[in-house]
Design a protein around this ligand. Sequence first.
Ligand code: NAP
Length: 260
Amino acid sequence: MLGQSIQGKSVIVTGASKGIGKGIARVFARHGAKVLVVGRDLKSAEATAKDFTDAGWIASGFSADVTKLGDMEKMAKTAAERHGGVDVLCANAGVFPQVKIEDMSPETWDEVQATNLKGTFLSVKACIPFLKKSGEGRIVITSSITGPVTGFPGWTHYGATKAGQLGFMRTACMEVAKYGITVNAVLPGNVMTEGLIELGEDYMKGMAAAVPMGKLGNVEDIGHAALFLASREAGYITGQTIIVDGGQILPESQDALSQM
Ligand code: NAP
């Protein structure tokens, strides 16, 4: 059964205290993984882990900032100490403040690069020594359709990081292939999360209307794609992407949607 190979694996999910990361962490925990729930705010990370342990699964919270190498090293070491190693890293933490180029400060640009792109690099770098020992290490990056495939005003900095993650992935997967480690990415469309809700009801309604499946995704839709990429069955897939967007990138025009 798909997902059975996840049983007993040590899984780190960054940005797992809420949103997509929480959905990914929940799917892994439900399939018997030992999950380290990572976010900067310890209380939120622990509260999420408690949701999982209350359900009878194995999880614990950890506070770390993906922009800091020292934090990422402590995170990997803690997962190894608590859970006997690191088998899977889900590099998911990300931020998406919406601001157009003319109003964007260099600081905002840097902050988004630091979390989304440098944070991916630092979390991967810190986990590689442990993933090597796993024998079937897996890295699953949360990218986005925004940047690699589509554009949206206000997200030049964000789109650049999400496309950058894929450039990173395509060489990283070659560097670690000899250790049996795979590196792949999930590209979510618009997924119902706390972060997205903050963008307002009008944004969410507009987005749902642009999706052939007529609704936004849910966080576990992304979790299931990550679970597949982390499974033993996906061991020969590396450097690849899975788009999980309800068909959002496909319509050629508004007319195409209205003729469905
Ligand atoms: P979210 O609901 O805002 O959650 C973000 C998570 O990341 C939180 O747990 C947050 O916890 C953590 N985080 C933020 N900065 C961090 C840092 N420097 N170090 C460690 N953790 C940090 O966001 P989301 O919508 O779930 O997005 C998660 C990922 O999915 C991002 O990479 C995003 O680009 C991608 N994505 C989202 C959508 C969508 O529709 N929502 C679509 C495509 C791609 P703390 O604040 O406590 O650190």
